[in-house]
Design a binder for this molecule. Structure first.
Ligand code: FEO
Length: 183
């Protein structure tokens, strides 16, 4: 008996998003390595945690497709972009990546609406909320760097910014434990 409760198109779209979240994880991992190499241990730590969070998002898509009787497919992941040229380019890159990901999430919501796939529509609301938080987080990074003086920030203000991110709470939740009420 076929127990799949996703259209073929939805199964593929969710599987593609699973792969996109892994790409996001790799992008932030590569940015973290860049920051670490430059001596920004706190910023690197922040980016590594963010990379882990993206991986959790990927697993969340994987679990959902499997739970609906589908089968996601792990695809080749494109290489992350070149190293950023500055901290502001790094933070701008994080922000842009989140905004682009929001566009992908909205496309899935649109598809769920078109197909009247209310289970997927409901599942996607967690990600709609998550993207609001992640865009805000990325925007805050840009704002903090701007206040510190942007690319002309003094070593002292960069030290303070780096330390602030180092000390930010490290509370990456496990995807398996996350719920709509407790993301
Ligand atoms: Fe998984 Fe930053 O979106």
């Amino acid at each position: 008996m076929n127990t799949k409760r996703l259209s073929d198109m939805m199964e593929k779209a969710l599987s593609d998003q699973m792969n996109k979240e892994i790409l996001a994880s790799h992008v932030f991992l590569s940015y973290g390595i860049w920051a670490d190499d430059k001596g920004y241990g706190g910023i690197a730590n922040f980016l590594y945690r963010h990379a882990q969070e993206e991986r959790n998002h990927s697993i969340k898509f994987m679990e959902y497709v499997l739970n609906r009787g589908g089968k996601p497919k792990v695809e080749a992941i494109p290489a992350p972009p070149q190293d950023p040229e500055s901290l502001s380019a790094c933070f701008d890159g994080v922000f842009q990546h989140e905004v682009d990901n929001t566009t992908s999430i909205y496309r899935l919501v649109d598809l769920a609406l078109e197909e009247k796939d209310w289970a997927t529509w409901n599942f996607m609301q967690w990600f709609v909320q998550e993207q609001i938080e992640e865009e805000t987080l990325a925007q805050n990074l840009i704002d903090k760097l701007k206040i510190a003086g942007g690319d002309r920030a003094s070593d002292e203000s960069l030290f303070t910014l780096d330390k602030a991110l180092q000390d930010a709470p490290n509370d990456v939740p496990l995807a398996q434990e996350a719920t709509g009420a407790n993301p």
